[in-house]
Write a protein that binds this ligand. Structure first.
Ligand code: SF4
Length: 369
C-alpha cells in the first residue's frame, strides 16, 4: 500500500529560518486549494490503488478548518480506501483549541505532529515562532484530553544561547508531556532566508556545539524511552511514523498540492511551488525530478538513515558479492572509529555516525559501484 502526502503551503507568518515553500494564509485561497486537492485525488479513482497512510504537511496544515481537512480525508477514503490508516496532521500550537482538535479527531485525523521547537521562550522568540511554550503544552495536553493517543513534537537544536544543559531541559520537558514520538532537527541556516547573515550565524550553534547538542538530545531522549529509529526521529515502542518510514524504506507515495513530492510508478516527481498555478490547473502540474531512480543506490542512501541499517545480503542481491565485500571492508574501518556498527550481516550508523552521515553514506555508495 502506498502513502498519500498533502502539502498545505500556508503560514500565518514566515519563520526567519524556514526555506519551505509557503504563502501567507487567507481563507478564500485555502478553500480553493482544498477543492483543488480533492479534484486531483479524484483523478486516481477506479485504479485500484490503496493507501494506509495520509500525511498533511506544510506549511501549517492546522490552518485548514476541520471541515476542509475532513473533505480531503473523505476523498482519500473514497479513492484510496485508507483502511486502518495512520492519518497525521502537522499542527502549529497556536492554531488549535479544544473544539478544533475534537473536530479533527471526528474527521479521522489520528496522529498529530506539533512544531514545539523549544521549552525555552527566549529561544522560541529567536526562532520567530508565534507560540510560547505554555501554549504548546496546552495544545498537546488538550489533544490528549480529546482522545489523541499518537502525538509527536518537534525540537529544533542550536538556536541562540543553546547549550547541552538547556537542550536536555527541553527534552525533559517534552518527555513529561503525553507525546509518543519526538523529532529533533538541527537548525540549518538556509541561503536566502532572513537568518542568512553573519550576525545570526555568530549567535547559532557552530558544528562542534551542534554535535554536542545532538548527542546530548539523543542521550536524554533514549533515557526517557524514546528509541532512535532514524537520524532525527525517536519513538516510544510502537509509535514510529508509519508514513515517514515509507520514505526511508523506498516505498511509493503520491503527493498532492503545490511543492508536494511523489515517488510513484518508479519515478520521482514534484508539483511546482506555485499555489495559484496548482489551484487553476485542471490537473496538478508535475515535473519529473528523476525518471528512473537507482533502487540499489537508494537502498543504501535511505536505509542508512534508519537505525536498523542495511543488510549485506540485500547489497549482494542488488549489486554483487564483490560489492558487498567492499562495503563490509569499508564499514569495518568506520566501526573502529565508532561511527558504524557491523553485526549479523547488518550495517548501521551509530549516533556519532549519524552526525557525519552524508560523507559516510557517499563513501559507502562509492564502494559498491
Ligand atoms: S510555520 Fe513551519 S512552514 Fe511555516 S514558516 Fe514557520 S517553520 Fe516554515
Amino acid at each position: 500500500m502506498i502513502g498519500i502526502y498533502v502539502h498545505v503551503p500556508f503560514c500565518l507568518r514566515k519563520c526567519p529560518y524556514c526555506a519551505f515553500y509557503s504563502v501567507k494564509f487567507d481563507e478564500v485561497t485555502a478553500q480553493r486549494y482544498t477543492e483543488a486537492v480533492c479534484r486531483n485525488i479524484e483523478v486516481y479513482a477506479g485504479r485500484g490503488i490503496t493507501a494506509d497512510t495520509l500525511y498533511f504537511g506544510g506549511g501549517t496544515p492546522s490552518l485548514l478548518t476541520a471541515e476542509q481537512t475532513g473533505s480531503i480525508v473523505e476523498k482519500c477514503r473514497q479513492v484510496f480506501l485508507l483502511d486502518a490508516a495512520e492519518i497525521t496532521l502537522e499542527a502549529n500550537p497556536c492554531t488549535v483549541d479544544e473544539n478544533k482538535l475534537n473536530a479533527l479527531r471526528q474527521v479521522g485525523v489520528n496522529r498529530l505532529s506539533f512544531g514545539i521547537q523549544s521549552a525555552d521562550n527566549s529561544r522560541l522568540g529567536f526562532l520567530g515562532r508565534l507560540h510560547d511554550y505554555e501554549t504548546a503544552v496546552s495544545a498537546v495536553e488538550t489533544a490528549a484530553k480529546v482522545g489523541f493517543d499518537n502525538i509527536s513534537g518537534d525540537i529544533m537544536l542550536g538556536a541562540a544561547g543553546e547549550d547541552c544543559g538547556s537542550i536536555r531541559e527541553t527534552v525533559r520537558s517534552l518527555c513529561s508531556l503525553p507525546l509518543k514520538h519526538i523529532s529533533a532537527y538541527m537548525l540549518k541556516i538556509e541561503e536566502g532566508t532572513p537568518f542568512d547573515n553573519d550576525k545570526v550565524k555568530s549567535m547559532t550553534a557552530d558544528d562542534d556545539l551542534m554535535s554536542d547538542l545532538y548527542l546530548a538530545a539523543v542521550d536524554e531522549l533514549e533515557s526517557h524511552g524514546f528509541r532512535q529509529y532514524e537520524i532525527s526521529n525517536f519513538a516510544l515502542e510502537g509509535y514510529q511514523s508509519r508514513h515517514n518510514n515509507k520514505y526511508w524504506l523506498g516505498e511509493e507515495y503520491l503527493g498532492f498540492g503545490a511543492a508536494a513530492h511523489s515517488f510513484f510508478g518508479g519515478k520521482r516527481s514534484c508539483c511546482p511551488s506555485d499555489v495559484q498555478r496548482f489551484i487553476e490547473s485542471p490537473v496538478q502540474p508535475c515535473e519529473v525530478t528523476e525518471e528512473s531512480p537507482d533502487a540499489a543506490e537508494e537502498y543504501i542512501l535511505l536505509g542508512l538513515r534508519l537505525s536498523k541499517g542495511i543488510s549485506l545480503d540485500r547489497i549482494e542481491e542488488l549489486f554483487s558479492a564483490d560489492a558487498a565485500a567492499r562495503l563490509l571492508r569499508l564499514a569495518e574501518t568506520y566501526s573502529k572509529y565508532g561511527l558504524v556498527v557491523v553485526c549479523d550481516g547488518v550495517i548501521s550508523l551509530t549516533t556519532k555516525g549519524f552526525l557525519v552521515s552524508n560523507s559516510i553514506i557517499s563513501e559507502l555508495i562509492d564502494a559498491v559501484q
